[in-house]
Design a protein around this ligand. Structure first.
Ligand SMILES: Nc1nc2c(ncn2[C@@H]2O[C@H](COP(=O)(O)OP(=O)(O)OP(=O)(O)O)[C@@H](O)[C@H]2O)c(=O)[nH]1
Ligand SMILES: [Mg+2]
Length: 439
């Protein structure tokens, strides 16, 4: 019953009725419907889902990266100081779950380790660029999945890159310029002058001007706080003029007047971190967290990630239009790519087949050659064998002849011997008879 009553009142009070072939027609509402609660619904949904924010701190070792993060979020994040003996630049990432009122924030802090410590700094930017790209790639892979769970996916894309500039008072180092130039199309860079208590007020003003002009002359695009939303246009416009922010970090609380304040104490006085006359820490905190956190997240998605995605898909051969500027659907691209791939596969197959046939022919010729050689060798050996055999037979024959001749000679000699022995016996008998007659 209630549902019917509700649907009746809805039909009566529709504000916009769209008819086919017509534009929008504005009609007045007769009563309260409730779609003005949409923003509240969105807020409630977002709050229940929680938020995530990822900060990348790029800066030389010991420039106060960890201290500034601790100061910004009013907590003590873990992290050991790095040594100056790292062979290369690395990135250290830590994720924390923070809670303020009923809003949950999954905060990831990524810090460079060993940045600026090597003699050859030519490739120092590479691990940073690779890290940023790897996060984009992971998100793209999730997006391209058939079953994607983007609402539960831990988005690790870097939303803000705090670039720590050493308080030299001179100018930007070439390492800073090269690194910022390599990063500016991939991440929202917010340059900050670290440990700005190490530089005098007048020097700081000149240093800021010098940095800004160097960034402009080298075409480095740093993040500009947005001025298109009226509610924040004024403050963001003012803050853009204060870039790069000169910051001081400290987690130490000192009693100043009757208040406990974050400060750094020196023999000659005290620097208050949250005093805008002393440094730009409050400005940075306001801009980064309170006013522009959502814009940083949005810019990361709509500008930097979009650029990465576009380049990556184009690299893979996807395009929105064909060479005649006609729309080219994803399916058409897929099919064109598939055909191209199949064509290449066939070509490769044919090449491999021909190569195989060629190899078989070569092997066959090799085998034939070997067979011929074997035959020749066999014939040679056979002839050699026959010659040897003939020689041996001749030798045997001559030996046989010799043996026969010897046998004949032997028989003749025996005969002669027996005859002579007989003749010798009769003479002895005759002599014996003559002896007897004599006596
Ligand atoms: N004068 C001054 N010293 C600071 C400031 N911030 C940090 N420090 C000091 O600088 C030293 C290094 O600070 P860390 O925060 O560990 O620097 P880091 O950049 O995280 O160093 P690694 O992680 O080792 O690269 C510590 O002794 C800090 O107390 C600052 O604003 N001014
Ligand atoms: Mg550190």
């Amino acid at each position: 019953m209630e549902a019917e009553a509700n649907s009746g009142s809805l039909e009566d009070s529709w504000a916009f009725i769209q008819r086919p072939g017509e534009g929008c027609r504005t009609v007045p509402l007769a009563g309260h419907v409730g779609f003005d609660s949409l923003p509240d619904q969105l807020v409630n949904k977002s709050v229940s889902q929680g938020f995530c924010f990822n900060i990348l701190c790029v800066g030389e070792t010991g420039l106060g990266k960890s201290t500034l993060m601790d100061t910004l979020f009013n907590t003590k994040f873990e992290g050991e100081p790095a040594t100056h003996t790292q062979p290369g630049v690395q990135l250290r990432s830590n994720t924390y779950d923070l809670q303020e009122s009923n809003v949950g924030l999954k905060l990831t802090i990524v810090s460079t380790v060993g940045f600026g410590d090597q003699i050859n700094k030519e490739d120092s930017y590479k691990p940073i660029v690779e890290f940023i790209d790897a996060q984009f790639e992971a998100y793209l892979q999730e997006e391209l999945k058939i079953r994607r769970v983007l609402h539960a996916y831990h988005d690790s894309r870097i939303h803000a890159c705090l670039y720590f500039i050493a308080p030299t008072g001179h100018s930007l180092k070439s390492l800073d310029l090269v690194t910022m130039k390599k990063l500016d199309s991939k991440v929202n860079i917010i340059p900050i002058i670290a440990k700005s208590d190490a530089i005098s007020k007048s020097e700081l003003t000149k240093f800021k001007i010098k940095i800004t002009s160097e960034l402009v002359s080298n075409g480095v695009q740093i993040y500009q706080f947005p001025t298109d939303d009226e509610s924040v246009a004024e403050i963001n416009g003012t803050m853009n003029a204060h870039l790069p922010f000169a910051v001081i970090g400290s987690t130490e609380e000192l009693k100043i007047g009757n208040k406990m304040m974050k400060a750094r104490q020196y023999p000659w006085g005290t620097v208050q971190v949250e005093n805008e006359a002393h440094c730009d820490f409050v400005k940075l905190r306001e801009m980064l967290i309170r006013v522009n956190m959502e814009d940083l997240r949005e810019q990361t998605h709509s500008r930097h990630y979009e650029l990465y995605r576009r380049c990556k898909l184009e690299e893979m051969g996807f395009q929105d239009t064909d060479p005649d500027s006609k729309p080219f659907s994803l399916q058409e691209t897929y099919e064109a790519k598939r055909n191209e791939f199949l064509g290449e596969l066939q070509k490769k197959e044919e090449e491999m087949r021909q190569m195989f046939v060629q190899r078989v022919k070569e092997k066959e010729a090799e085998l034939k050659e070997a067979e011929k050689e074997l035959h020749e060798k066999f014939d040679r050996l056979k002839k050699l064998h026959q010659d040897e055999k003939k020689k041996l037979e001749d030798k045997k024959k001559s030996l046989d002849d010799e043996v026969n001749a010897f046998k004949q000679r032997k028989t003749a000699a025996e005969l002669l011997q027996s005859q002579s022995s007989q003749a010798g016996g009769s003479q002895t008998l005759k002599r014996d008879k003559e002896k007897k007659n004599f006596f």
